[in-house]
Design a protein around this ligand. Structure first.
Ligand code: NAD
Length: 261
């Protein structure tokens, strides 16, 4: 699929970090981009800058997602591209292991549920609603392509740390659902892939002190730096534009394999 001015795209989490870079990259290729996010102020500002629309959406809430797609499609027509970037990474501010409350690995049950609701169920809801719309599109090209979806998992899906039980579980599940959804939608001409980012310089890392961020960069074999969100966005565009990319989960991580802390 070629991304150009005829392409309508939806980017969840498009108000920040990897989603913002993706929204900018898609718009840079001419696409009409709808930014789905909870952060109204940033989302409106970015959408205005790239000539797109902002939709205040909580990806974990089916009705909110439905309303977002209705608004995005009214503005830009049915999307051919969905990029799921909305997510939370609740690490480090969590309750300690506690025999009384039953919390383990720094996680309360509520935090576990919330992380799953946003990272996993949110990605699923957006895929389901988007695929339903994509199926109404006329197929394009010799092989009858209708759309492309890119999910955002994480290297934590494969090498999660002790404080990342909820996050790693949610991202492993995002990775895990990508191939079966790709298999489900292949008959409809919709491709589904996922990226497992390593450590990228985004507001998600802002909670960490600079020294800790430098330590993270040191852990990357090569190049010894954090990922640039523009590199993530390039891979999204490549996956969308490369018709043979389907059902893949690709690490983008400078070869990092985190040893257990
Ligand atoms: P970020 O915090 O900069 O951006 C995340 C965006 O998601 C924010 O704009 C936030 O408002 C939005 N969001 C959160 N909950 C939402 C909800 N319920 N509904 C709609 N929007 C919501 O983070 P980022 O670093 O850009 O991360 C983007 C994705 O990449 C996340 O899924 C994250 O888990 C994943 N990831 C990031 C890294 C990294 O190093 N930054 C590494 C691996 C995976």
């Amino acid at each position: 699929m070629i991304i150009d001015h005829t392409t309508s795209a939806v980017v969840t989490g498009g108000a920040s970090g990897l989603g913002e870079a993706t929204a900018r990259a898609l718009a840079g290729k001419g696409a009409k981009v709808a930014v789905f996010d909870m952060n109204e102020e940033r989302g409106e500002a970015i959408a205005a800058e790239i000539g797109g629309v902002f939709c205040k959406v909580d990806v974990s809430d089916e009705a909110s997602v439905e309303a977002g797609f209705t608004r995005a499609r009214a503005a830009h027509g049915q999307e051919r591209v969905l990029v799921n970037c909305a997510g939370i990474a609740p690490v480090g501010k969590l309750v300690k292991r506690d025999r009384e409350t039953g919390a383990i690995s720094h996680h309360s049950v509520d935090l576990f549920r919330k992380t799953m609701a946003i990272n996993l169920v949110g990605s699923f809801i957006c895929m389901a609603k988007s695929a339903a719309g994509m199926m109404t599109l006329d197929p394009v090209g010799e092989y009858g392509e209708r759309g492309a979806i890119v999910n955002t998992a994480s290297v934590a899906a494969e090498d999660g740390q002790i404080g990342q039980v909820a996050y790693a579980s949610s991202k492993a599940a995002v990775k895990g659902m990508t191939l079966p959804v790709a298999r489900d939608l292949m008959g409809e001409g919709i491709r589904v892939n996922a990226i497992l980012p390593g450590i990228f310089r985004t507001p998600m890392l802002a909670g960490l002190p600079e020294k800790a961020q430098a330590g993270l960069a040191e852990a990357v074999p090569f190049p010894k730096r954090l990922g640039d969100p523009a590199e993530y966005a390039s891979l999204v565009c490549f996956m969308v534009e490369t018709g043979y990319f389907n059902g893949e989960c690709v690490r983008l991580d400078g070869a990092i394999r985190m040893p257990p802390k």
